[in-house]
Design a protein around this ligand. Structure first.
Ligand SMILES: [Ca+2]
Ligand SMILES: [Ca+2]
Ligand SMILES: [Ca+2]
Length: 358
């Protein structure tokens, strides 16, 4: 089969309306707690405490100071580009209270957290105190506690010099570490619910476990809202060590001289240096030619165009898309199998080709 390539700008997939889609960049995700499109419910946006970042912080005003059910969910969407283990950290504050005449600095100090999406627990996850949290805790609303006696904002979570963990499934000496094994290219939703009244959250971060906790704690760091690269640029980084589409990494170049351009290698989910060719299969079914091929979901989401042409003569002017239809037969592990049908009509033979263009 033949392919041709014409350059066009890449488009970027946008998030659902109103919700900021955060992007992991260099192993970190930084989000302002007050920057959520969720209804605040019993959370109140404030800016009266000093030393917050962004436009303020959220104070929970539901339940009672000591505890309560998970209410008033807040959602934060983020996409991971560098796969691996990530710690959750919250920049939060507790509030001292007088309860039954007693001064308490161990209340108003927690919320519930969970992360929705396709990820795994840490390989060190377990059911004992100080273990990394098992998937059941990470995927369900679990108490996350933190704060400082003086009521000021403090970062909590992360490795914390091997602190025993911020997730608390209940019981004495029974904490877990909030750490997640995220996949590249996946979008996740962090959901925070209120638990104890007067707990405050200013900022939220995830950091790759290979980075120190301090990697996300500087308050001069900006929110990570910019996609670091497009999927094609990430693919080039992975295989060519550069995000630029020039030289050996150019879309039109065939780095391993197997007859498939680098762009086609990306589009069909291949390693541009492997001894593989695009998966395709052609057969005749009654009056129809069926062309099946595999393509990378990343390429579809990058708005690459996959066009199937047919010709009876191979003449350059004869290629047509008339009567061709395509649909996705299945999708798994980031690869789609597509069936293209081409009408035979009165023809004795028709030749088909797949074209990929940016
Ligand atoms: Ca803030
Ligand atoms: Ca090639
Ligand atoms: Ca190839």
């Amino acid at each position: 089969m033949k392919r041709f390539i014409t350059p066009l700008a890449l488009a970027i997939v946008s998030p659902s309306i109103g919700q900021t889609l955060y992007h992991e960049s260099n192993g970190i995700v930084i989000m302002e707690a007050e920057n959520t499109a969720s209804p605040l419910g019993q959370w109140i946006k404030e800016s009266s405490d000093p030393n917050f970042t962004g436009e303020g912080y959220l104070r929970f005003d539901g339940n009672i100071y000591t505890h309560g059910p998970a209410i008033s969910p807040l959602e934060y969407q983020f996409r991971i580009h560098t796969p691996g283990l990530y710690y959750l950290q919250l920049r939060c504050a507790e509030t001292n209270q007088i309860i039954d005449g007693e001064h308490r600095d161990d209340v108003s100090n927690d919320c519930y957290v969970r992360v929705d999406g396709d990820y795994e627990a840490s390989p060190n996850a377990g059911d004992n105190h100080t273990d990394d949290a098992p998937l059941s805790l990470l995927k369900n609303n679990t108490k996350f506690f933190g704060g400082k006696n003086d009521g000021s904002f403090v970062w909590q979570g992360g490795y914390e010099n091997n602190f025993q963990g911020r997730l608390d499934p209940g019981g004495h000496q029974n904490k877990r570490v909030a750490i997640y094994k995220f996949k590249a290219g996946e979008t996740y939703t962090l959901v925070i619910h209120g638990r104890s009244k007067a707990f405050k959250i200013d900022r939220i971060a995830f950091n790759h476990a290979e980075l120190p906790d301090s990697a996300v704690r500087s308050l001069t760091l900006a929110e990570t809202v910019t996609p670091p690269t497009t999927a094609l640029e990430e693919w080039r980084m992975l295989h060519f060590g550069t995000k630029e589409g020039t030289g050996n990494a150019a879309s039109t170049f065939d780095a391993n001289r197997d007859g498939e351009s680098n762009l086609l290698e990306f589009a069909t989910g291949q390693d541009p240096f492997a001894t593989t060719v695009a998966e395709k299969d052609i057969s005749i079914n009654g009056e129809t030619i069926e062309l099946r091929y595999s393509r990378a979901l990343d390429a579809v989401e990058s708005d690459l165009l996959f066009t199937v042409f047919w010709s009876e003569t191979l003449h350059p002017e004869s290629w047509s898309t008339a009567g061709v239809s395509q649909f996705v037969e299945q999708q798994s592990d980031g690869i789609q199998t597509v069936l293209a049908t081409i009408p035979m009509e009165e023809s004795k033979r028709r030749l088909a080709r797949l074209s990929v263009s940016e």
